[in-house]
Design a protein around this ligand. Sequence first.
Ligand code: C2O
Ligand code: CU
Length: 494
Amino acid sequence: MFDYRVPALTRRAFLTSAAAVSAGAMLPLQPTTYAADIRQFRLRAGLGRAQIAPEPHGDTPIWCYDGSLPGPEIRIRQGERLRVAVENKLDEETTVHWHGLRVPNAMDGVPHLTQAPIAPGETFAYEFDAVDAGTFWYHPHHRSFEQVGRGLYGPLIVEEADPVRVDREVTWVLSDWRLTKTAEMREDFGNRHDMMHNGRVGNTVTINGRVPDVFQVRKGERIRLRLINAANARIFGLDFGSHEPVVIALDGQPVDPHAPESGLVVLGPAMRADVILDMTAAAGSRVSVIDRFYEDLEFRLVDLAYDDNPLRQKAPDWPVALPPNPLPEPDLASAGRHEVTFNGGMMGAMVMQEMGGSMGDMGKDPSDQMGGMMGMGGMMNMTHSGGIWFINGVAAEGHIMDPMLTLARDKSHVIAMTNATAWHHPIHLHGHSFRVISRNGKRTRYREWQDTVLMSPRERLEIALVADNAGDWMFHCHILEHQAAGMMGVFRVA
Ligand code: C2O
Ligand code: CU
């Protein structure tokens, strides 16, 4: 019998029938009204079913928006105002966070911090201007490790007034699932092992909510591929084979067009990349897209299947650079400096000790040392606190907390972050995009704007931003089990 699953981290090759790749439940979302630059939508969070594993497996019970997986693609133009009425048909509270969008604090969707959670049966209307063009997504911020993990997420695309020319735009929402042999959801959400290690990594990887087989393309075609990693914990590192992807935006924000480092498009949870993909292989051929992020666990994500008829013989030479978004440029000379240290998890104390010797400038700030010590203390006492992960020595419990940092409003800030753990962490700041300016003391080549930055074990990096959005903003790891186990804090911009 057919096995769609990936034991451990990888996925076995699978066979599938043509029927299994026929259209899923992706319904285009129609605006209910279109009036004077306000675009209105409704989203209903509720129970559903989706054909995640290929037939002959049955469908899987999920939680989702509007009965579809992923949720409907919300697509608007830069500068438009968006209004989304979110109706909660779940049996528990929820909220919606507009990941990466620079919205007013009250529209940020963080339960208790920016709004009361939406109770079952109730509706909450979010409304904000789409300041930046780019590839974004939406998801709950209440018990995300389970609500997102069961399928509550969707893409949100803000189009440039003047987009780059392509033949086709495609959105791939990547995710994974932990399914049983009969394609039921494994119910072990938020278990302690996942929380202490690398989170809920699934055994079934999907594109737009289903295990893919082939993706049809034509020779000579130029595609703008919008990649969104909606997984709880899985990091993707996509190898497009003989193709030469050009990254033109990261986390929605334009970047100097470039080939991805080491050839892999790497996406931690919540991260996005816009990639220009010229279809340069032979008509009638097939090229596999391979995920190579985890060593020795590579697997075939999907095959690009070339039509027999080319669209054109050579790739077009249209320009690929995107127009910039209106982001304030941080002034490094006058910037305030802040230190943030992450610790905890399995082997956390060990890494802290090991890094202690090499974290020279951390030693100058006694509060960081404290953070480290408290982190280790917390490790030892974790049965009492429940905390497993710590930021500057504190493990968050729920969204109600005092700010860990206050950033002077409209001023530039550099935040130096140290990952004193043995694990990767995609670190996300709400309400702002920041430039990643250095990694391990080395200036980054593209000084890319991000809202979620992937930190390797033991890595030190610096980000810079102008804190121009007033309010209390979440700062957390987007491995949702890490977030739930303490790895979050609040930055106050005032
Ligand atoms: Cu995408 Cu605080 O989250
Ligand atoms: Cu993490």
